[in-house]
Design a protein around this ligand. Structure first.
Ligand SMILES: Cc1cc2nc3c(=O)[nH]c(=O)nc-3n(C[C@H](O)[C@H](O)[C@H](O)COP(=O)(O)OP(=O)(O)OC[C@H]3O[C@@H](n4cnc5c(N)ncnc54)[C@H](O)[C@@H]3O)c2cc1C
Ligand code: FES
Ligand code: FES
Length: 1235
């Protein structure tokens, strides 16, 4: 998906022979970084190769499916193969739960929240608790992959099919790809090139995932067969070959560290290496490759460089003239490496008098590059207090390109007493002078870098001085400790209602876990199909001067360049006053005024994806009349043309009640403040994709969309076809979360225009980088508020201006939703919420899971926290005091939910423990928060068709419903309802892809309620069928289902029924209540955080499908954790370009970011008379509660600020990234004390 090694969706198992021992080795690798030619002689096992429907599923596949670990399924093959590879690698020894958790750190899943995936795989662990183990097959029975050639279990080797081998002399050669098999051959080859040939040595090739624009190269030299690069000598000194991958290096260091006293420190290095990238990256990435990346890109924060330099390792290189040199790492950086090969690294033995510590501070818990990394080493004499013997080593990465050693500080500390606080303070001052961090837009600011770098040095010193530091400071020496993740899911189920309300496995889960499930891009390519790649603007707020595609068009295989002025069709994909509250037209290809960087300017169409991508880069664009882009709401608000009151669905909406001015006059406490919430990229794993095929009566469109009607509409209008001539079909989506509503129409229309203009099938499948540049995400928010309470703390008045940033136009503003949710569960005598829209020069934003509702609840809860703080009241008691109790029994059940979660989570006890912890620890702080949520679902203003067709000869049933399966489990829920209504087994039911013929005039899939409404329509259609069948049934009361169907068929009864759900069905609304308790811990010296525990209690009515709903709750909550803590988008202030594109710079949560202890309860005995089949929606409300994590962080930060002497109110916006948390905790080096 990402094609840069950052998401894990492409993981496969690579098996080959160790170039030294010849032993077979198996490992997970990212196939997106693996050149095909480097696989020669290796075996690659993909998910399809280990099991399938026909031959049986592999236990890893079935376990993931059966334990609900697959929602949209797009990540599932990668997850399966990561686990499968781990099991293969450790087939003799077995695996531990910890190994399983770490092996999944490189696999992103946006749907599930990871818990079920980890639980599913931990059933294979030798140390799994009995409860998990009992849910697993015997590990011995795991079996091997299925051989696609023989159809039986893989024997571990294959006869070569005689891949063409072109030999040039002795060296394997194919085109510009060489594969020498010895060092001699390699040196001869390199010397034959001469300086002018630009070559690349290919070891793991993972470097291309980081530095994608290096090259192009004339020649590639695969060095994986050169045994000399893979030698390890475990004697003293320890020598490790440059070709050795980081996993093997880590394992070697771990083992030698525990056996060889000269290398006691190796375990520390191994632990740091485990923080590099992910398991598949480390399995492929080599030592030499990593060091060469540092050599070529001095700013690269190489962790390997840090750990090796910390212990004074040396690098041995050999030139193609066979000259060998041993270099320090700093000398290596200055050496011309053309024609040189890294042979090995040598690590010195060190006595146990040394203290060594290394650190890596990164934007999320794992699979991320370092913001700062550091290594410290000092020889200590403890005979004479704590004296440093000679010079210590103090090195940093990520601070400044030219900085490796803090030389001045090292010199200063030589032979000094480290337990002398004055000496330490002077060293800190020297560091302050010496560090001079460079500012980089994507990195934290220089204050953070410097303070944290000093803080890491403080941590090192605290480690050395131990109990010479005051007890409250000692926690500074420790890192946050993440324990094994555990989860609990609690719900009731009534077997009388089954199969509805039955915990059921997703109907397509196994197909998803085996690669059998097909997504749009899996549709086979037609023989004459063409591929489109967008040309995107790189500058915002300007006009196109010229677009010159002449160079691109010269490339063989390029068929056309389409742009606004060249196309004969219309050029709009969103229409003013169209669906989704759109106020402005949006163009498919920009016709002049460039609204934002990333806007589509045209489309290159070529005979292959790679040709189109290459050609798109050659299109030259010049811009004119460029003005500084407006990138924030606050800037936009300075210009009246860029803001307006949100008039969603009618006249401007202002939500008000009571006398607000009077309320403020009678208030004793009045506060005013601001609160901002950032954007969030949807991060659907399947990017936007469309395949358009011209057909005799119009156009067939296969498109990753949540809204087929919008696609059909836009394409029909563009191509001037009747809507009935446009046929849209979607089987499933690899995640969507709102991001495939209006934005998918852009890709579909561009693709349809190309197909129409060229009369050929055309496919557009975006890469992650373009996807992130082209489309916006969740709308950022800004809120200005004022609130007052009486002397008892009862809220009298609230006035809030709530502004949402629509991006480049006024479409899809969600401020209306925010304002309508902004009361949450609270009473106020008077209030006024005014929703505004703002227009900035950023990509058009769009709905994102729980749009507006998330921000509305966050905004009021922030205000509540503010009032409680100013009044010095306990936040929970303040909330309880202001709960709205004026409604009916249902509306008033919030209190019950709060009391329940307060009790079940032992909130009060833990609050006491946290206070105690915080008073004993200056450098670690914990925080806890209980957040209530009211989520009213008042109406269901959507339309969906459900068609149920019973087939004679067996009575099987086909269903086509109007929702799009995007992981939310709609197919499963509809299946359960149909099975129940018709009284048949689920296995008889088959859900078909959604299309615009069976679901004509259907609504978008979204708003959490699509599943319910389709279940309702399915129920009605089934009831209709049952009524038709009743006369026959009465005649044949004992007939089996298939006999009954056959008889109906023979009696000419129409066995196909359809129900069109609309608001005329008068399904009544309900209120969803929920409450969440979050507990966190922060490291005050670095800003790092840990989610210790989360308890969610949610009312899901009588769940239609409890396992599915638990999955929705966990997944939505974890998506929210990303919104509030790590997902940050940065723009270039001059061009307006979105810089945080791709997995290297954008950080959704990974498995180790989720709560360490994650407990979900769905309220018991909660059947609701209004809900469809007594259920309630679950897809979005939990995301609204995720802001609880932000307030838990606030309570931890409060504790740090109190220690820093500033306990008052402060602003805490979202996302609270580690650098922002650090800043809020007011940490500075003057506080780095011993006593
Ligand atoms: C998703 C991802 C996350 C990552 N995270 C981190 C991280 O957190 N910390 C970190 O430090 N690194 C990180 N990396 C970098 C990773 O460690 C390197 O990509 C890897 O070690 C490079 O090794 P390779 O064998 O794949 O090199 P290749 O990509 O094959 O080669 C890289 C360069 O090294 C040269 N080269 C290779 N071998 C030799 C040799 N023997 N002699 C001379 N030149 C040689 C090649 O010519 C090329 O220029 C990450 C990478 C990815 C893709
Ligand atoms: S890691 Fe290969 S596609 Fe993302
Ligand atoms: S199931 Fe993991 S990304 Fe959808």
């Amino acid at each position: 998906m990402c094609r840069e090694g950052g998401c894990g969706a492409c993981v496969v198992t690579l098996s080959n022979n160790d170039p030294v021992t010849g032993n077979k080795q198996c490992r997970a690798v990212n196939s997106c970084l693996l050149p095909l030619l480097s696989c020669h002689g290796s075996e690659i096992t993909t998910v399809e190769g280990i099991g399938n429907k026909k031959d049986g599923y592999h236990p890893v596949q079935s376990q993931l499916a059966d334990m609900n670990g697959s929602q949209c399924g797009y990540c599932s093959p990668g997850m399966v193969m990561s686990m499968y590879s781990l099991l293969q690698k450790n087939s003799g020894a077995g695996v531990t739960m910890k190994e399983i958790e770490s092996s999944l750190g490189g696999n992103i899943c946006r749907c599930t929240g990871y818990r079920p995936i980890m639980d599913a795989f931990k059933t294979f662990a030798k140390d799994a608790p009995q409860e998990l183990k009992s849910r697993c097959v015997d590990v011995e029975d795991l079996g091997n992959a299925i051989c696609p050639k023989t159809g039986s279990a893989c024997q571990g080797h294959c006869e070569s099919n005689g891949l063409a081998k072109v030999v040039d002399g002795e060296i394997f050669k194919m085109g510009n790809w060489y594969r020498p098999e010895s060092l001699e051959q390699l040196m001869a080859l390199l010397s034959s090139f001469g300086r002018e040939v630009k070559y690349r040595l290919v070891a793991g090739n993972t470097g291309t995932g980081v530095y994608k624009d290096d090259g192009p190269y004339d020649v590639y030299v695969d060095i994986n067969k050169i045994g000399d690069l893979y030698q390890v000598s475990k004697e003293s000194p320890l020598i490790i070959g440059g070709g050795i991958n980081l996993t093997v290096m880590q394992e070697t260091l771990s083992s030698i560290g525990s056996t060889n006293p000269d290398y006691w420190y190796a375990v520390t290095l191994a632990e740091h290496i485990e923080k590099i990238g992910s398991v598949p990256v480390r399995n492929a990435g080599s030592i030499a490759g990593n060091l060469m990346m540092k050599h070529g890109h001095r700013e690269f924060p190489s962790d390997l460089f840090i750990v090796l330099e910390t212990v004074g390792a040396k690098i041995t290189i050999i030139s193609c003239k066979r000259e060998i040199q041993q270099l320090t790492l700093e000398q290596f950086l200055e050496t011309d490496m053309n024609g040189q090969i890294i042979l090995h690294v040598t690590l010195p033995p060190l006595s146990t008098d040394h203290i060594i510590k290394t650190f890596k501070i990164m934007p999320r818990s794992c699979n991320a590059h370092a913001y700062i990394n550091a290594g410290f080493c000092a020889k200590i004499s403890r005979q004479e207090n704590i004296r440093i013997v000679g010079k210590p080593t103090i090195i940093f990465g990520g601070i400044r390109t030219s900085l490796v050693h803090a030389i001045e500080t090292e010199n200063f500390l030589a032979d000094k007493f480290l337990d002398d606080e004055m000496t330490f303070q002077n060293a800190l001052k020297m560091l302050d002078q010496e560090l001079c961090p460079e500012e980089h837009l994507l990195n934290p600011d220089s204050d953070y870098l410097k303070t944290v770098a000093q803080g890491l040095f403080y941590k090192f010193v605290l480690t050395i001085i131990g109990d010479k530091a005051a007890p409250e400071f000692r926690s500074g020496a420790l890192n946050l400790e993440r324990k094994m993740m555990s989860g609990k899911q609690d719900y009731d189920t009534d077997s009388k209602e089954w199969p509805v309300n039955q915990p059921t496995i997703k109907v397509e889960a196994r197909a998803q876990c085996s690669g059998e499930a097909k997504y749009i891009d899996d549709i086979p390519v037609c023989s004459d199909e063409l591929f489109g790649v967008f040309v995107l603007s790189t500058v915002a707020n300007c006009y196109i001067d010229q677009i010159d595609a002449s160079d691109a068009l010269k490339i063989d295989g390029v068929v056309a360049f389409l742009e606004a002025k060249s196309i004969k069709t219309d050029n709009l994909f969103v229409f003013a006053q169209g669906a989704f509250d759109s106020q402005n037209n949006e163009e498919v290809f920009c016709s002049g005024k460039v609204l934002y960087a990333g806007q589509s300017l045209g489309l290159i169409v070529a005979s292959s994806q790679s040709i189109a991508a290459r050609a798109a880069k050659l299109v030259r664009i010049t811009y004119k009349d460029h003005q500084k882009p407006v990138l924030t709401i606050k800037e936009a608000m300075k210009n009246p043309e860029r803001t307006m009151i949100h008039a969603a669905f009618g006249p401007p909406n202002v939500f008000d009640a009571g006398d607000v001015q009077g309320g403020f006059s009678s208030s004793e406490t009045v506060i005013e403040g601001e609160f901002e919430i950032g954007t969030q990229y949807h991060f659907y794993m399947e990017t936007l994709v469309a395949v358009c095929v011209p057909v005799e009566d119009g156009m067939n469109i296969y498109c990753s969309t949540q809204d087929q009607d919008a696609v059909q509409n836009a394409v029909a209008r563009c191509l001037k076809l009747h809507k009935a001539q446009v046929n849209v079909e979607t089987r499933r989506l690899g995640g969507s979360y709102g991001g495939k509503i209006s934005r998918s129409t852009l890709v579909a229309t561009a693709c349809a225009i190309a197909a129409y203009e060229l009369s050929k099938p055309v496919r557009i499948s975006l890469d992650l980088d373009s996807n992130m540049a082209l489309v916006g995400g969740r709308l950022p928010y800004y809120c200005q508020y004022k609130a007052g309470t009486d002397k008892d703390g009862v809220i009298q008045a609230v006035d809030m201006k709530i502004v949402s940033d629509c991006g480049g136009n006024f479409n899809e503003g969600t401020a209306f939703f925010a304002a309508s949710f902004a009361k949450n569960c609270y009473a106020a005598k008077s209030w006024k919420f005014t929703p505004f829209l703002a227009k900035t020069d950023t990509p058009s934003n769009t709905y994102c899971r729980a749009p507006g509702t998330t921000q509305g609840i966050a905004i009021i809860e922030n205000l509540i926290e503010h009032l409680a703080k100013i009044r010095q009241e306990d936040p929970l008691e303040f909330r309880l005091k202001n709960l709205n109790t004026s409604g009916n029994e249902e509306a008033n059940s919030m209190r019950k939910i709060i009391d329940e979660v307060r009790r079940s989570s032992e909130f009060d006890k833990r609050l006491g423990e946290i206070k105690e912890f915080n008073s004993n620890n200056r450098w670690k702080k914990r925080g806890i928060n209980l957040l209530p949520m009211v989520y009213p679902v008042e109406s269901f203003p959507f339309r969906y068709n459900v068609l149920v067709a019973i087939h004679h000869e067996g009575g099987s049933v086909a269903v086509s419903h109007g929702g799009i399966e995007c992981g939310q489990g709609i197919n499963t829920k509809v299946t359960q309802v149909v099975a129940r209504e018709l009284g048949i087994d689920i296995s008889l039911i088959s859900v078909k892809p959604t299309n615009t013929l069976t679901n004509t005039n259907g609504s978008v899939t979204g708003g959490s309620v699509t599943s319910e409404m389709n279940c309702y329509a399915a129920m009605k259609a089934c009831q209709d069928l049952k009524n038709r069948m009743l006369p026959i049934k009465e005649k044949l009361p004992d007939a089996s289902w298939s006999e009954l169907v056959e008889q109906c068929f023979n009696s000419n009864i129409d066995l196909t029924a359809r129900h069109y759900y609309t608001s005329d069905d008068k399904v009544r609304g309900y209120i969803i209540h929920g409450a969440t308790v979050s507990e966190v811990e922060v490291d005050v010296l670095t800003g790092e955080k840990l989610l210790r525990r989360v308890d969610i209690l949610e009312d899901a009515g009588q769940s239609l499908s409890p396992l599915i709903d638990i999955g929705q709750i966990e997944g939505a909550f974890v998506m929210g954790v990303g919104l509030w803590t790590s997902e940050k988008i940065t723009y270039d202030p001059h061009t307006g370009q979105k810089l945080s594109r791709g997995t290297w710079n954008y950080k959704p949560p990974v498995n180790s970011d989720i709560p360490m202890d994650f407990r979900i309860t769905m309220l018991k005995n909660a059947a609701h008379p209004n809900g469809i089949l007594r259920s309630k929606a679950t897809g979005e409300p939990p995301l609204c509660m995720s802001v609880s994590v932000l307030f838990a962080l606030r309570s931890a930060v409060d504790a740090a600020r109190s220690d820093a002497g500033n306990p008052g109110w402060y602003r805490m916006d979202g996302p609270a990234t580690i650098d922002k948390l650090h800043k809020m905790m007011l940490t500075n080096s003057a506080q780095y004390l011993f006593q």
